[in-house]
Design a protein around this ligand. Structure first.
Ligand code: PNS
Length: 161
């Protein structure tokens, strides 16, 4: 029998958006197990602390039984090797995402056996990023539909003018 397919959706997730969730949900239909892994980056604090990012992702993915949440430090390929993950899943919104992601995919394959699978982000989320969502909430605009409701509430508490 074939080994179960175990992949990672890595990122900063500061915070998770509906664009991320689109990719996570679709990955969960394609692969046996999906780990959403949040990068712990000591040199970049971010808006939300890592435990809160993990909690918000866990809440938003609680309906997906084959999705789990974790954090990692250092190289993604080392994390993958440590936990037995053979594939990385990333969403592509635009050509500039592809230009940014392709060298990382090649470098990760150069360093390890871990391959990257790109999914085209659904068109309704092609303009959504964590940084733009934070910017518009800070400016007083409504981000309903761009992030899960629990994330929207936390963004409004934290950033809204
Ligand atoms: O959500 P982001 O910030 O675009 O995610 C980027 C992330 C975390 C996927 C990427 O920076 C990463 O994999 N970092 C871990 C360090 C690493 O492995 N660097 C070498 C990449 S070839």
């Amino acid at each position: 029998m074939a080994e179960p397919t175990r992949v990672v959706c890595p990122g900063s997730f500061d915070p998770v958006t509906n664009g991320h969730l689109d990719i996570i949900e679709r990955a969960s239909r394609l692969f046996d197990e999906v780990v959403v892994a949040v990068l712990v980056n000591e040199s970049k604090k971010g808006l939300f602390a890592i435990p809160e990012r993990l909690e918000l992702i866990a809440q938003a993915t609680s309906h997906l039984p084959n999705v789990s949440v974790d954090s990692f430090q250092g190289l993604l390929v080392d994390y993958c090797t440590d936990v037995g993950i053979t594939g990385i899943v990333k969403g592509l919104r635009t050509a500039s995402d592809f230009d940014y992601e392709l060298p990382m995919a090649h470098m990760n394959t150069h360093m390890s056996q871990v391959d990257t699978v790109f999914l085209a982000t659904s068109h309704q989320f092609s303009f959504v990023s964590s940084s733009l969502v934070k910017e518009i909430v800070k400016g007083g605009a409504d981000a309903t539909g761009l992030v899960p409701d629990a994330v929207l509430a936390r963004l409004q508490e934290t950033l809204a003018p």
